[in-house]
Every structure is written in structure tokens, then in C-alpha cells.
Design a protein around this ligand. Structure first.
Ligand SMILES: Cc1ncc(COP(=O)(O)O)c(C=O)c1O
Length: 372
């Protein structure tokens, strides 16, 4: 079976460098907030093109820390999408804010700027004021920042970019994560830049904001053992930071490999299946290759029968999940979100797929895909 994701293959491909990095971290005798993390933060900041990166425990904490750093919490509403990892919404609630979910554009699966404009112009009654937007660059595709950035500016709301799936994606040549007030990353093992455990980071331009987020990630300490405000414990450990340092120099080449695999899949896609669209001016880094099909479940079963593993990202929109249903405010129904979740299917995609495996996936899709 060709799995949909394969973080073990990512380790094997860079085993020598990763093992050396882990050995270095282990023998340093310093395991939390040391040289490896400081170096990774500087190297990732230079790669991204922002002055400050703050490592933290995971991508969920990164969003919560970014919001809190920007002063967004209780008595604030934060707009985001329901078509995302539940983490995006969980993080807004972790920060103490109220999520308000809007629909996606059905072609690119990212936040619909028209819905955002509407909700900011006429916020639903009974909610605290809208103070921020968390835009998600889902699947590795930049959201429509050409429209979203000016909308946020015009309405005076903060923009946080959730880049958990989009390390290295660009819009008009500019990397995502450099457009908003803060950007957040996950280094979950399957991500385009993945640790071998949990990890996350916040990227910001403003030095005071960076210092506040760095304090919040460790009990609100600006001075050792003195909490200047209430913080949390969310640190990126030295071993994971060392692993990420070993992997970062390969990220751009790995993204190019993902793009080549995606292009091969799209070339093989039968007409009745919808290949993913790439936004004009965007470099999509294909964290996931998500096609859309009538009769998705039958297609998934057929592919499984031919040795091709797939995934569904995500089968149930956040606003319909048991923990959130009936409790979260949804603007205007999120109908495109609900439609999308019924038809999407993620094919195997990771840089270590061999050409033969890519060909096998293409052949399987061509053979089993009968119009539903
Ligand atoms: C879009 C998105 N946001 C946030 C997260 C949260 O990241 P983590 O799993 O590192 O907490 C993820 C990863 O699952 C994600 O895909």
C-alpha cells in the first residue's frame, strides 16, 4: 500500500544529518531553550524573511500565542474558516476569544474574501467585537491575500496567517507568513517542514510583539522565575529544533518535488474528477493533493483496492463536529464548506514518493475513476 503520508520516509531520506543533529543536541547537556532553538529560530526567520521567530510546542499553541500576543482574547471575536484542521478553531478558544466561522471559496478551499467583507461590515448581533482574522493557507495553497489583507486593514482587524500547511508557499513571489501581523507554523511530522515529534512557531515583524510571545510561551517570564503576566508552557525542545535545522536546508527542494508530483497527478486526472486549482500568482506547495469527486467514498475504496492510500482533510467541518455543533457561530451557513467536505480526497503526497509510485497512483486514478 502506498500511504497517503509517510513521515518515516522523510527521516530515512535524511537519516545521517538528522542522527548527527540529535546526537549533537543530546551531548550538549542542554535540552530546553538553548542554542539549537536559538539557531533554528534565526535560520527559519532568515529563510522566511521576517525578523523574529519564536519556537513553541505545536501549531495550535502558536495560533493561541499569536492571538494573545496581539492582545486578543476574552471579549474579542476572531473570524476564521470551518474548513480547516480543528486546531485553528481550538486555538482561538484557547486564547479565550470567540470564533466566528465563514465560508470558503469553493475553487481554492480558502477563506472567501466576499464573506469576510460582509461579516466585517455587518457583524452578527450578540458577539463581542471582531478583532482578528485567522486566515488558513490550506493544503499549501495561499489564501486570497490580495483581497484579504486590504479588507483587514480597512476594518482595523489583525490578520494572523495559519501557515501550518504552507511552509514555503508564495503569492506573487512573496512567502506566505510575511503578509499579516503574525504567522504561525506547525512542525507536526507530516508537514512540509516536519519535526519527529511536536513543534510549532510564531513569526512576527515587531520586536515588542516577539518579546511578549516569547514570554507567554514560558509562564509569562521576561526575567527567570518572574511572571510579568500569565503565560503557558509551550516550548520547542532542543532535539526537535536540531532536527528542524537539519531539515530546513532541504525544504525548498522538497517543495519542488511535491509540486512535480502534483503536476503528474493533475496531468493524469480524468475529466470527471476535479484536480486542485492553483490560484493565479501563487506557488502552491502541496502539503496535500486534494481532488474532488462525486462518489468520493467509492473512489476511495477503489483506490484502496489498488494499493493507494488516501485521506480526507477534513471529513466533518468544524461547526458540525460534536464538540462544536450548535455552539459556534457560523456566518451564512458555510454551504461551500459542507459541500467540499463531502467530495474531497487526498492522494499520497510526500517528497520521498518514487517515480514508480507516482506512476502507480496516476494509473490507479485513471483506471478506477468512473463517473459517480
Ligand atoms: C491548518 C492547521 N492549523 C493548525 C494546525 C495545528 O498544528 P499542531 O498539530 O502542530 O498543533 C494544523 C496541524 O494539524 C493545521 O493543519
Amino acid at each position: 500500500m502506498i500511504p497517503q503520508a509517510n513521515p518515516g520516509a522523510g527521516y530515512c531520506a535524511l537519516k545521517t544529518e538528522i542522527d548527527a543533529a540529535v546526537a549533537r543536541a543530546l551531548s550538549s547537556g542542554w535540552y530546553i531553550l538553548g542554542n539549537e532553538l536559538r539557531s533554528f529560530e534565526a535560520e527559519f526567520a532568515a529563510w522566511l524573511g521576517v525578523p523574529h521567530v519564536i519556537g513553541c510546542g505545536n501549531g495550535t499553541d502558536a495560533i493561541a500565542l499569536a492571538l494573545r500576543g496581539l492582545g486578543i482574547g476574552p471579549r474579542c471575536t476572531v473570524v476564521t474558516v470551518s474548513h480547516t484542521a480543528v486546531a485553528t478553531v481550538a486555538a482561538i478558544e484557547m486564547a479565550g476569544a470567540t470564533p466566528l466561522l465563514v465560508d470558503i471559496d469553493p475553487v481554492h478551499y480558502t477563506l472567501d474574501p466576499a464573506a469576510l467583507e460582509d461579516v466585517l461590515r455587518t457583524p452578527p448581533p450578540g458577539l463581542p467585537p471582531i478583532r482578528a482574522v485567522v486566515v488558513v493557507h490550506l493544503y499549501g495553497q495561499p489564501a486570497d491575500l490580495d483581497r484579504i489583507v486590504p479588507i483587514c486593514r480597512r476594518h482595523g482587524v489583525r490578520l494572523i496567517e495559519d501557515c501550518a500547511q504552507a511552509h514555503g508557499a508564495r503569492l506573487h513571489g512573496q512567502r506566505v507568513g510575511t503578509f499579516g501581523d503574525a504567522a504561525t507554523f506547525s512542525f507536526y511530522p507530516t508537514k512540509n517542514l516536519g519535526a519527529l515529534g511536536d513543534g510549532g512557531a510564531v513569526a512576527v515583524r515587531d520586536a515588542d510583539l516577539a518579546a511578549r510571545i516569547a514570554a507567554l510561551r514560558q509562564y509569562g517570564w521576561r526575567q527567570h522565575y518572574i511572571s510579568s503576566e500569565v503565560g503557558v508552557n509551550s516550548r520547542l525542545d532542543e532535539i526537535q529544533a536540531a532536527i528542524l535545522r537539519a531539515k530546513l536546508p532541504h525544504l525548498d527542494a522538497q517543495n519542488a518535488r511535491r509540486q512535480a508530483i502534483a503536476a503528474a497527478y493533475t496531468a493524469a486526472m480524468p475529466a470527471h474528477l476535479a484536480a486542485p486549482a492553483i490560484r493565479d500568482g501563487a506557488s502552491h506547495v502541496f502539503h496535500l493533493y486534494v481532488l474532488r469527486a462525486q462518489g468520493r467514498d467509492a473512489l476511495q475504496a477503489d483506490l484502496r483496492g489498488m494499493g493507494v492510500g488516501t485521506g480526507i482533510h477534513y471529513p466533518v467541518p468544524v461547526h458540525q463536529q460534536p464538540a462544536y455543533k450548535g455552539r459556534l457561530r457560523v456566518w451564512d451557513g458555510c454551504r461551500e464548506t459542507e459541500r467540499a467536505s463531502a467530495g474531497i480526497l487526498s492522494l499520497p503526497l510526500y517528497p520521498e514518493l518514487t517515480d514508480d509510485e507516482v506512476q502507480a497512483v496516476c494509473d490507479a486514478v485513471r483506471r478506477c475513476a468512473t463517473p459517480g
